[in-house]
Design a protein around this ligand. Structure first.
Ligand code: ATP
Ligand code: MG
Length: 417
């Protein structure tokens, strides 16, 4: 028997109801905040990711699914959505009429990581990106929108952690201060961090290896190195979040794994998932649109780990699929023939309807209706057909009454819609 590949998974009925609930809530929330949906390809030129995410990140260094595609050269299964959203924004000159655009996109991402709980090789993200606004009010609004969605989904034990990564003007000072410290602690750094400390020292702050954590314990805080503009920006973000009741905490160790982030960086962490505790991550990336060949337009976004959010939501509430509104239980060939047509017409007209063609007994029909959790059963046999009626039973109240076959579908559509 052929099984699925480790690190990949099927989302089946029983679990999918939670996914659908999340997706509906995200669409509704984001659209109320002015976001429009994008559907983007899963495969892009590899260069898009190496240029936008950065050569020194785990993703580009070792996690990408890249293969040769003839003349096209190297292509990659997208490991995240931001790069594609930016590519699309630039390619279609979506900034031409109005640089301010807000997008969301939902879909699978691929990273060749070690599969474990909460970490898959194909996972899903709900992604939101805003272009053309550099105001700190937007940063706060975006975090507020994320918090609103999590609250709607009754996700408890989640908290926003925020930091500022400064800008090309002030970050080099911090990077230098950090690099000096790392140079002094070379013996405690893991192999990756030795490399990172040369190319991208900020990323050492993010390393999970205990000796690296210890090494950066006394590290300077980036917040002490911000320029006036960045400091003011960050102060406003915090003030607006506080004013609007968003529970957050400043974490000076928080950096994003991706190179293109500036100023506000944030993560939503949970205490209910064990080691894989990041539910969402995001931040500002004011330099990326230009770096990918577009005009100089600021941007900010976030990505929610759909799989992890689904796990949290499922832990805290049971969401079950609705049963059919109506189950038609035909007895005998003539009734089955009628039932087939009624069931098709009812479903086509908006009534969730099931029937069965196997020539079951009434008892067996009722068992099946129960199993499907049907709200009503319509019983019809030769006797009913002769009398020109069908018997409708409410499964909860056990009430039962006859309905005329004449205009039956219309009667039921009216009753159930
Ligand atoms: P982590 O620290 O868990 O590796 P990350 O910083 O690599 O996360 P991002 O690139 O910020 O993650 O992606 C945003 C969100 O996507 C994460 O907060 C997480 O919820 C989810 N995510 C990332 N990688 C995976 C994965 N391999 N499997 C499932 N979810 C993932
Ligand atoms: Mg990761």
């Amino acid at each position: 028997m052929i099984q699925l590949i480790k690190g990949f998974k099927d989302v089946l009925p029983g679990e999918i109801e939670v996914w659908q609930t999340i997706e509906r809530a995200a669409k509704e929330t984001f659209e109320n905040f002015g976001f429009q949906e994008l559907r983007l390809p899963i495969v892009e030129k590899s260069e898009l990711f190496s240029r936008s995410i950065g050569d020194t990140t785990d993703i580009v260094e070792k996690e990408m699914y890249t293969f040769e595609d003839g003349k096209r050269g190297h292509v990659t299964l997208r490991p995240e959505a931001t790069a594609s959203v930016v590519r699309s924004y630039i390619q279609h000159k979506m900034y031409a009429k109005d640089p301010i655009r807000k997008f969301y996109t939902i879909g699978p991402m691929f990273r060749r990581e070690r599969p474990q709980k909460g970490r898959y090789r194909q996972f899903y993200q709900i992604d939101a990106e805003v272009f053309g606004i550099d105001s700190p009010y937007l940063d706060a609004q975006l975090i507020f929108m994320l918090a609103t969605l999590l609250e709607k989904l009754k996700a408890r034990d989640v908290k926003a952690h925020i930091n500022s990564l400064g800008c090309p003007c002030c970050r080099p000072n911090f990077q230098k201060a950090l690099k000096d410290l790392l140079d002094a602690k070379k013996e405690s750094l893991c192999e990756n961090c030795l490399r990172r400390s040369e190319k991208n020292p900020l990323r050492v702050l993010d390393c999970k290896v205990p000796s690296c954590r210890e090494a950066v314990e006394g590290a300077p805080s980036i917040l002490d190195h911000l320029c006036d503009d960045c400091r003011e920006h960050f102060e406003t973000v915090k003030a607006v979040l506080t004013e609007n009741g968003v529970d957050f905490e400043v974490d000076t160790r928080l950096v994003r794994g991706l190179d293109y982030y500036t100023r506000t960086a944030f993560e939503v962490l949970t205490t209910s998932l064990g080691a894989q505790n990041a539910v969402a991550g995001g931040g500002r990336y004011d330099g990326l649109v230009k770096a990918l060949g577009g005009p100089e337009i600021p941007a900010i976004g976030f990505a929610i780990g759909f799989d992890r959010l689904a796990e949290i939501v499922a832990m805290q509430q049971t969401i079950e699929a609705d049963g059919p509104t109506l189950y038609i239980a035909p007895l005998g060939d003539a009734a089955t023939n009628k039932a087939a047509t009624w069931a098709m017409q009812l479903a086509a007209n908006g009534v969730f309807c099931e029937t069965d063609f196997a020539g079951r007994s009434l008892k067996s029909h009722m068992k099946r209706a129960d199993k499907l959790n049907a709200a009503h059963v319509l019983m019809v046999g030769d006797d009913e057909l002769d009398r020109g009626v069908a018997a409708l039973r409410n499964m909860a109240t056990k009430e039962q009454w006859d309905l005329p076959l004449d205009g039956l579908v219309e009667t039921l559509v009216d009753r159930f819609n």
